[in-house]
Ligand binder design. Structure first.
Ligand code: HEC
Length: 233
């Protein structure tokens, strides 16, 4: 098959050129390709950081990504990439960048199947790199440390974590005066080097007297207030 051997050839060249030993292009056993599925996932989920001039090495092209194929698979399956620094499902966030199960499956399938480049006609016309999810314009309204008590009512839209190093594990929750406890975030391997804002899926109305529990020593949460809803005329 002519197209198949071309794929093998380009795989071999990428290996030779990078000097890195990766899966051999000769063992292609998958229909999933860089040009069709994987480039789109990378543009949407990774390229905001993994492009020339950004915070990490480029993964924009097949030539860039191929030597990293196994590391890409391992990091997405371990969920260390994209870096989020919190346990999924403990609190829900509208700017979470985690890969879906389907995307994880495609990446695994691609790498295990020999990480082929595929047909150039399948490549998206231009690298459509997802913009960084919009952050709110709200400035930090409150800084919370230790065990923090809300003096007045507050509508929480999100927060930033202020900490110089790495937070291994910290479960932070809001304890309401009526006894209810709402999980806010479970920071896990949270690193200041990939700090980002956490934006709640839905703003959380907090009553006066509620407590923020679980903020680790040495850390602070900058609490962002939800934009006030405009009064109707
Ligand atoms: C918010 C920014 C950001 C996003 C989004 C991101 N990364 Fe990274 N990534 C980094 C940084 C920073 C590093 C460390 C860079 C370095 O050491 O040069 C890194 C390192 C890596 C590494 C090397 C880690 C290792 O185990 O050696 C891989 C592989 C990787 N990223 C893959 C991905 C993939 C795949 C995605 C998308 C699914 C992704 N990254 C999304 C910032 C990001």
């Amino acid at each position: 098959m002519r197209s198949r051997s071309l794929v093998c050839l380009s795989g071999a060249i990428a290996i030779a050129a990078s000097g890195t030993v990766t899966l051999s292009g000769h063992d292609v056993t998958t229909k999933v390709t860089w040009n069709r599925e994987i480039s789109r996932i990378v543009y949407a989920r990774c390229a905001q950081c993994h492009q020339p001039g950004s915070s990490a090495f480029s993964l924009l092209t097949f030539q860039d990504a191929n030597p990293w194929a196994q590391a890409i698979r391992d990091s997405v399956l371990r969920r260390t990439m994209p870096p989020w620094g919190a346990v999924k499902g403990f609190g829900t966030f509208r700017n979470e960048q985690a890969l879906s199960q389907e995307e994880l499956g495609l990446v695994e399938n691609w790498v295990n199947g020999g990480a082929p480049e595929g047909n150039p006609n399948d490549l998206p016309p231009s690298a459509r790199i997802a913009a960084v999810p919009p952050e709110t314009s709200t400035a930090a309204a409150l800084i919370a440390r230790d065990r923090f008590t809300f003096a007045g009512a507050f509508v929480l839209d999100g927060f930033r974590v202020d900490h110089a190093g790495k937070i291994e594990s910290a479960q932070i929750a809001v304890a309401f005066p009526d006894g209810r406890v709402t999980p806010l975030v479970w920071l896990h391997d949270y690193s200041a080097s990939t700090a980002h804002v956490f934006l709640l899926r839905r703003p959380l109305a907090i009553a006066p007297g509620a407590e923020l529990r679980g903020i680790p020593a040495g850390a602070a949460l900058e609490l962002l207030a939800a934009a006030p809803t405009k009064p109707r005329r």
